[in-house]
Design a protein around this ligand. Sequence first.
Ligand SMILES: C[S@@+](CC[C@H](N)C(=O)[O-])C[C@H]1O[C@@H](n2cnc3c(N)ncnc32)[C@H](O)[C@@H]1O
Length: 255
Amino acid sequence: MQNVDCAQSTHQNHTLPTKTTTMNPLQWSTENINVESAPLTTTGGHTWPAAYHLFTYLEYAYDVNKHNMRKHNLRVLELGSGCGWLSIALAANLPTATVCATEQDEGGALAWLQHNVQRSGVGNVQTAPCDWTTVLDVAPNAQQNTVLEQPWDLIIGSDLVYNQAGTQWLPLVLGVLLRRCPVALYCHTKHRYDLLDMEFFEALKAHNIVCTEVYDPSSPPPGSPPLVFPGDLFGEQRRAVLQLTAASSAMMGHC
Ligand SMILES: C[S@@+](CC[C@H](N)C(=O)[O-])C[C@H]1O[C@@H](n2cnc3c(N)ncnc32)[C@H](O)[C@@H]1O
């Protein structure tokens, strides 16, 4: 690992969705969850606010049956885990679950994720390589058992769309995973890059993925597609939790 300027991150300094009586949160704890940040050449060197936002949504979603969060031995796969805060925090609060945090090798991202997972001491979180641009190249009968071949109950991810890997390859990988996994929950910062948003939502559609913004009391109600000229151009950035399912398992949706 290159020279690293480590800083610990917790989610205490971020604005989280307001908990209301309708959300019935479980009061999961993140008190002892901290990960080290590093100046990596990828964007995964620190924890992004969307990771904290999704954690709070998952705490609420535990009681939403369709997300399957009550399942004993729940198996969760995280894509583009960065420092690993979300996977570690989720695993620590779901002791019967297995959570697999993944990253690309590029820029030392996977090595840094492994470092944080190891130092967390949380036993039910593991790491695996998953570069969206190459994971589909592994032949099905090869020795390497990629995360694509394993059964998952829930796929999660946060702030993953900022370049072509996110707009083109990520939807392709999600499409493959959603053939066997019922749902993915992805927390996206809308309007950070409007053109990339547009490409990403188009690619989801092209891969037969239905995208629905999940109700969140702290956000305005879901709007129309990301770019409706001229009103939505340069719309205000906000984090949205998107539920992604295979088109065959859901008939309607909007993002
Ligand atoms: C903005 S960071 C978000 C990290 C983390 N999800 C969070 O919210 O803190 C985007 C992450 O996507 C990962 N990523 C980018 N391209 C990737 C690829 N082709 N395959 C796998 N991960 C990738 C980066 O390494 C980085 O950790």
